[in-house]
Design a binder for this molecule. Structure first.
Ligand SMILES: NC(=O)C1=CN([C@@H]2O[C@H](COP(=O)(O)OP(=O)(O)OC[C@H]3O[C@@H](n4cnc5c(N)ncnc54)[C@H](OP(=O)(O)O)[C@@H]3O)[C@@H](O)[C@H]2O)C=CC1
Ligand SMILES: O=C(CO)COP(=O)(O)O
Length: 377
């Protein structure tokens, strides 16, 4: 090993606290514990904490999965005592409140990695901007990627990106940066972290892909198939790139794990709650009957609102997100809205060429999208 190689060995954080004992929080805690870290997981449910401590199980969120040993508690101060790094893994709408609650207990030097995928409704702030308003100067980053919780918890080979902005790398040698130290804290033979300094690009991919997956599910549920899925994924990547760039992120970040990778995963399987909600709505199931009436975290449903608000504010078209918003929140008809979407003016690909052609079928009497016999489709 050369001197240069030796100098770039990063030291993992010894003790890491995970805030949120739902499916993704528990899966990430399992990743950290398998990688040899001392892990404490905080959740608000006493029974769930007891089950993790005594049976190494979280049967509500990850049924039938054996977890490695970790310590669970419902006491926030206790959970954060001595934590060298913190992962916050509750849904995006709870992020501000959770950060305000952890702020008095967390060492300001400890990096805080945000794992929720979303944008705050009303403010249009990224999760990292919300956290910066509530924490006491902690380095703030994100962990994101194509990572279904159950597969991750079962140690299926998984890759994800650990992103912290360059300002935190600037004052440190690269191997001492929070991104590098968190990456080695998580990394194992089955969990492969990548590093990024484009936090904005990473956060935008994670937030927008859920809305696109709802659109994809709606079209699949309505009976359309693989051509439609591939088109929506490609168009969705363009929406993600445009928003990332407008907010100062990099377009190429969107082509990586946290954009294209996560969008592809989410649009490909009903393991995804976002895809699954779209499918059920596309099949004509009423919203309150979806998931058999159970409350389920569907980030794209909430974030269709915040993303369209943000797109309005900065003047971006984001047509797929607007379709989803119109159907979910304005009561627009699903088939009619998609028919209009599919017969928009013809554009160039990539968008660098400015052209917009009236659609030749715009005045046709026939509906633009055929009615399908779903048994055959
Ligand atoms: N599941 C996955 O595959 C992945 C999820 N994510 C992201 O992780 C985030 C969390 O999702 P996920 O873990 O799947 O969701 P789950 O529904 O599985 O779990 C949500 C967790 O948050 C807790 N919670 C909900 N509301 C509050 C609140 N107000 N205060 C404190 N705790 C609260 C719940 O507690 P209780 O049980 O008591 O209600 C539960 O422990 C989302 O943004 C999601 O997009 C990212 C990658 C993968
Ligand atoms: O973000 C996820 C996978 O990367 C989980 O997707 P869902 O929230 O749609 O289940």
């Amino acid at each position: 090993m050369t001197e240069q190689n030796r100098a770039s060995v990063a030291h993992p954080y010894r003790s890491v606290t995970v805030i949120g004992a739902g499916s993704w929080g528990t899966a990430l805690a399992a990743v950290l514990a398998r990688a040899g870290r001392s892990v404490t997981i905080w959740g608000r449910n006493e029974d769930a904490a007891h089950e993790i401590n005594t049976h190494c199980r979280n049967s509500k969120y990850l049924p039938d999965i054996d977890l490695p040993p970790m310590r669970a508690t419902t006491d926030l101060a206790d959970a954060l005592k001595g934590a060298e790094a913190v992962l916050v893994v509750t849904p995006s709408r709870t992020l501000r409140d959770m950060c305000a609650r952890i702020a008095p207990h967390v060492d300001p030097a400890a990096p805080v990695a945000l794992c929720a995928k979303g944008i705050e409704t009303g403010t249009g702030l990224l999760m990292s901007e919300v956290a910066a308003e509530e924490l006491r100067g902690n380095p703030i980053g994100a962990i994101s990627g194509p990572t279904f919780a159950a597969e991750t918890a079962m140690a299926h080979p998984t890759a994800a990106t650990v992103a912290f902005p360059f300002t935190y790398h600037d004052r440190l040698a690269p191997h001492e940066s929070p991104a590098a130290r968190l990456a080695v804290s998580l990394g194992s033979a089955t969990f492969r972290p990548y590093l990024s300094d484009d936090l904005t690009g990473v956060e935008i991919g994670g937030a927008v892909k859920n809305v696109i997956a709802i659109a994809c599910g709606m079209m699949m549920g309505a009976g359309f198939a693989e051509n439609t899925r591939a088109a929506l994924i490609s168009m969705g990547i363009e929406e993600m790139k445009a928003l990332a760039e407008a907010l100062g992120g990099r377009r190429e970040t969107v082509t990586g794990l946290t954009g294209t990778g996560d969008l592809t995963l989410t649009c490909s399987s009903t393991t995804s709650r976002n895809m699954s909600l779209g499918m059920q709505l596309g099949q004509g199931i009423a919203r309150d009957k979806c998931f058999d009436g159970r409350p389920v975290v569907v980030e794209g449903e909430v974030n269709a609102v915040s993303i369209v608000q943000l797109a309005d504010r900065i003047g971006l078209p984001m047509p797929i997100c607007r379709v989803v918003h119109a159907i979910l929140h304005d009561g627009a008809d699903l088939r009619g809205t998609f028919a209009d979407f599919w017969s928009r003016p013809i554009q160039a690909e990539p968008r660098a060429m400015e052209i917009s052609l009236d659609h030749p079928f715009g005045t046709a009497a026939e509906p633009a999208l055929p009615e399908l016999d779903k048994d055959i489709a």
